[in-house]
Design a protein around this ligand. Structure first.
Ligand SMILES: NC(=O)c1ccc[n+]([C@@H]2O[C@H](COP(=O)([O-])OP(=O)(O)OC[C@H]3O[C@@H](n4cnc5c(N)ncnc54)[C@H](OP(=O)(O)O)[C@@H]3O)[C@@H](O)[C@H]2O)c1
Length: 234
């Protein structure tokens, strides 16, 4: 009866950054499997503003919509050499990509603990393994997130809560659309990926569904790469 284990009926899932890209594909898959999905983007709650996060969760609490499943998907990235990277930009990346995740974990935890069921998933990046030279700060925020996942996973595993890191490789989403529309650049990128193709947003949805559902109940503290083999040693 493996099919039933993927069913998310009755679960509330908050997927940050779920109005487009990978987050949207994950939200769509969760809905298809029965979850109530809270769609989020910058207009709903700007994750660069710590006070806005607390206010957003207070609203969810008041409306009885605290998540059973949290997917911290939204992120920002700037392509700037590390020697010139402005500190205020680095702090903003750390806030959106790491501190916001930590705060959302803290806010989701009491409900998950009380009901002895919860799923915390972060979107990492293949940059954790192979940092792009102009995205060292972004890669560092993702590695910090991955370390947090392992640190928390051990502590909450006996409470029915799993915590995992899902790492995309190169996906054709808005942030990459312009460069991938250049055929010369795109063929250089795909040549470096062992499966010789970039991914589409829905390619991440199956792994997210596994981690979010009872089918993945025994997976915790893991990093799952969805990267066509890009992180493999060359
Ligand atoms: N695409 C890739 O190749 C790739 C590779 C490795 C890892 N990833 C990771 O996968 C995740 C999804 O990537 P994606 O390419 O699908 O992203 P995307 O298309 O760039 O979409 C980003 C989403 O995050 C939201 N967001 C950005 N800044 C925010 C903020 N300050 N507050 C609230 N929401 C904010 C955006 O909301 P608005 O629509 O309001 O702007 C949007 O919904 C990210 O964590 C990314 O780092 C992606």
């Amino acid at each position: 009866m493996i099919k039933e284990k993927f069913d998310l009926t009755g679960k509330i899932a908050l997927v940050t950054g779920s109005t487009r890209g990978i987050g949207k594909a994950i939200g769509d898959a969760f809905e298809e499997y029965g979850a109530k999905v809270i769609r989020h983007d910058r207009d709903v709650c700007d994750l660069s503003d710590p006070a806005a996060i607390d206010a957003f969760f207070a609203k969810l609490q008041a409306e009885g919509l605290m998540p059973d499943i949290l997917v911290a998907n939204a992120s920002i990235q700037a392509k700037i050499p590390w020697t010139e990277f402005p500190l205020d930009e680095a702090q903003k990346e750390m806030q959106v990509n790491f501190f916001a995740t930590l705060r959302m974990f803290q806010l989701c935890y009491p409900k998950m603990k009380a009901q002895k069921w919860g799923r915390m998933i972060v979107l990492g990046s293949v940059n954790e393994r192979r940092p792009h030279p102009d995205m060292c700060v972004y890669a560092a925020t993702k590695s910090a997130q991955e370390n947090l996942v392992r640190g928390i996973a051990r502590q909450v595993a006996a409470e029915g809560i799993t915590v995992n890191n899902l790492c995309p490789g190169v996906f054709n989403t808005d942030r990459n659309r312009e460069c991938l529309s250049d055929p010369v650049y795109a063929s250089k990128v795909t040549a470096a990926i062992p499966c010789h193709d970039y991914a589409m947003p829905e390619d991440a949805a199956g792994a997210a569904l596994l981690l979010a559902s009872d089918a993945g109940r025994y997976i915790t503290g893991s990093t799952i790469l969805v990267d066509g083999g890009l992180a493999l040693p060359g």
